[in-house]
Design a protein around this ligand. Sequence first.
Ligand code: ADP
Length: 202
Amino acid sequence: MSKPKAILLFGPPGAGKGTVGAKLTNVSGNYHLSTGDIFRGLPPESPNGKVFYSYANEGKLVPDDVTIEIFWRYMQGLIDTNKFDPSTQYIFLDGMPRTAEQAKILDQYVEVVKIISLKVTNDDEIVERLAKRAKIEKRADDADKSIVLNRLAQYREKTQVVLDHYDDAIISEFDAQKTPLEVFRNVLDGTLEVLNQSPAEA
Ligand code: ADP
């Protein structure tokens, strides 16, 4: 069987990966998978839950081996239970890969056909967005400014280089400092060609 086809949602914390991913998969009938959501769904007292919170509470990335293991087990479960069908759907990966090593390993599991890169150039805007989200979603890692700044530093140090792993031809950049609707419209416009093809053709 061929590998599932993936579309990556890429960008700094608070860029709107989750928002765009949810809207886009909703209208296109594809599947949205956020590693942050998988981690937050782990029981906090379970071994993996404890590992997750010990890193996330400091704004650090979870180690690659644990991340990949949890991610792949979850994705396999989606396929086995028919929630995600790789023959008719793309998987939108939100928050994966986040390091060069994860990008390399991910190639064994999925074929990345498109990357939606959301650009936010203004750090103050990120801090402000996450402070707002902290109140709505009650996320401790969004509420604390020093954790947010750590996450931004990790993004710049470890995650930004992930794009170097891929062919420029599949990367589309979008200004994420516009209104949510404008960002959605632009991303839809920029990905329509791929989304109009079935995964088998892409
Ligand atoms: P955001 O994109 O706003 O930073 P996420 O919900 O994607 O938030 O991630 C929350 C936390 O989960 C991260 O700070 C990190 O600790 C952990 N995490 C999520 N995805 C990964 C990943 N691919 N590798 C390592 N850690 C991850």
